[in-house]
Design a protein. Sequence first.
Length: 331
Amino acid sequence: MKNLKLLSLLLILFSLNNNCSSKKEIQNSPEENVTPVATHSQLKVKNGQIVDASGQPVQLKGMSLFWSQWQSQYYNRETVENLVAGWDIQLIRAAMAIEHEGYLDHPEREKEKVKKIIEAAIDLDIYVIVDWHDHHAEDHLIEAQQFFSEIAKEYGNYPNLIYEIYNEPLDVSWPQVLKPYHEKVVASIRQHDPDNIIVLGTPNWSQRVDIAAEDPVEGENLAYTLHFYAGTHRQELRNTALTAINKGLAIFVTEFGTTNANGDGPVYKQETGEWMDFMEQHNLSWANWSIADKDESSAALLPGTKPSEINQEKNISASGKLVRSHLTSRN
C-alpha cells in the first residue's frame, strides 16, 4: 500500500510539473508576444534606419494626441486602451504643450498628463513619443533639459520611450540655433538613458531634413523629424526627404495630417495615399495628427466624442476613418 501511495504521489507531481511547463511554453510562445514592444524590443538607429533589437528595419504606426492643455480629456489610459484595441496603434504621441498656458505656466499639471500616457503605453506594451510641443524651444532650453532629464531618469530603462525634443522649429538656423539646442538636451537625456531613440526637430516646421543631413548631431540612436500635411506638402517635400535619406539620415514622421497645413479643409485621400506609399517604401514610422474632437478636418474624432466612444464608427471623422484603415490593415 505504501508503495502504491508513493507511486500515486509521484504521478501527481509529474503531472503538475508537466502542466507548469506547458503554461510557461504557452506564455513564452511567439504567438502570444504580438505586442509591438515584445515584437521589436529595444529600437536603435543603424545605417540611416530605425531597426529593432534583431537589426530588422521597423515601421511603427500610430496616433498623436492634440496639444495637452486644450484636449486633456484624452490624456488617460482609457484613450490608449481603446486606440490599441480598435485602431491597432503601435505607438502613441503625447504632445505636451509648452507655451499658451502649457508646461511653462503649469509644469506639474502638464507633466502628469504625459506620465499617464507613458505609463499606459508601458502597461499595454506599445511605444510612446514624449513630445516637447513647442515652436520656440531654443528659448526654453533649461526647462527642456530639466523635463527630459526627469523623464529619462524615471522611465528611460523601458524600451517603450521615444523622445521628441523639439516639435516644430520655425525658420531658424540649424548650425547656430537648433544643433546646439539638440546637443544640450540630448546630453541631459543620455545621463540617464543611454540608448532609447531621440528625435530632433528640423528647420521650417520640421520639413528641412536635408539641412540637418548636411551637418547631423553626433551621437547614437538619433533620428530627425519630418512633418507634412498632405494637402499642402507634396512631391517637393518627398524629394527633400529623399535627399536626406540618401545621405544616411534616419527620419521619423512624428506628425502628419491628411488635410491642409492649417489642419482644416478637405481630406486629401489620394495625396495621403501617396505619402503612405512613400513612408512604406522607406520604412518611415509615423503618427497621425490627431486624436481630438476639435471642429476641424484633421481631428480624428467628431465633436463631443468621449474616450470611451473613440472606437464607434459614428464618432470617427473622415480623416480618422482614412487613417484608421491604414492602421488596421498594416498586417
